[in-house]
Design a protein around this ligand. Sequence first.
Ligand code: GDP
Ligand code: MG
Length: 231
Amino acid sequence: MNPVIALVGRPNVGKSTLFNRLTRSRDALVADLPGLTRDRHYGEGRVGERPFLVIDTGGFEPVAKEGIMHEMAKQTKQAVVEADVVIFIVDGRQGLAPHDKTITDFLRKSGRSVLLVVNKSEGMKYTSVTADFYELGMGDPYVISAAHGDGVADLVEESLNIAFAQRPDQEEITDPAGSGIKLAIVGRPNVGKSTLVNTLLGEERVIALICQVQPAIRLKFRLNVRASITR
Ligand code: GDP
Ligand code: MG
């Protein structure tokens, strides 16, 4: 089983930009709008001979009690459960936000290995871009620019080292060649496709209230099933 890295953080901090860089794709929608990624979104990445699975998540909005923001928070929590390592992204241009603290508290309770990562740090000094974030009590942050790629390779290397150190009994898999059955769920809008997917997976993988399920969900379904069954 390949290591799983979840990307978590407030909306607009650059999670989807990093996801696209790690998977060398444009699968995740990137925009200057909070809340664009509503579902979990799986992709495969690779550093040298080391493959891994990466999960992009909707922006974490821990205070929402209902509605789409609440659903997004649920999806993020599920991604954390599935992850070996969580990359917790904060915005170096905006500085510390109150929600960063709430997310920190949640991640601490989750018991997962967490790497605090300050994004959007291109052209900035380490000491000035990180100063705000020591308050979170997560040690020295990593500093990256998801948009430009600075620091990303080191971050992934470290994430994979941590993931494998946590399960020394497992051999590192270097050939992820896709196997397994590929299944497409097809039908008119609103006939129950999302509900069926959720039932098959035994969890609320697809937020059923989104009428237009994004094509990416169909494309990544194979990965999701594998992740759910083998873990
Ligand atoms: P998400 O909501 O956390 O998934 O954030 P997105 O990946 O959609 O990015 C939100 C905005 O931040 C977009 O306008 C991106 O172009 C911008 N962005 C992402 N990474 C960087 C970065 O490294 N540097 C700068 N300056 N902007 C970035
Ligand atoms: Mg996003």
